[in-house]
Design a protein around this ligand. Sequence first.
Ligand code: FES
Length: 173
Amino acid sequence: DGVRRRDFINIAAVSAAGVGGASILIPLISQMAPSEDVLAESSTEVDVSAIEPGQAIKAIFRKQPLFVKRLTDAEIEAANAVDVGSLRDAESLNDRTLEGNRDILVTMGVCTHLGCVPLGAAEGEVKGEYGGYFCPCHGSHYDTAGRIRKGPAPTNLVVPEYAFTSETVIQVG
Ligand code: FES
């Protein structure tokens, strides 16, 4: 079924080009694609008020998955109990969160090994041995602060630049 659908789309695209559509389509597409400048400056707003402790939501930031998680007290304690010097990529939870909102963890949902989307943000997904995120591609385990703890990923999940624009809304980028 899926294959037939794709065939149909291919045939439709070819016939559009066949009747001279290509000359019209190409300028349209180049106008629609955001320029590098626009993309580099684009930001994403996320309302964090509905995120319960222990829950995360997935958003998109500059075309890539973004995880916004509200940590439970236990998850914060687990993150703070780690000797930062023992970590592959030595960052504390405080380094990775904002003062006054230590429970809000904002990271890219992109494994720093080869770019897969880790599991653990959606309800019921495995969180790995350290209770944060787990990348199933080659088995990278991230802890409750999104720090790499086991597996091939070289660095922690990236924390993008962000700020609170109100009590409940963050602007990323
Ligand atoms: Fe995540 Fe390889 S891409 S472990």
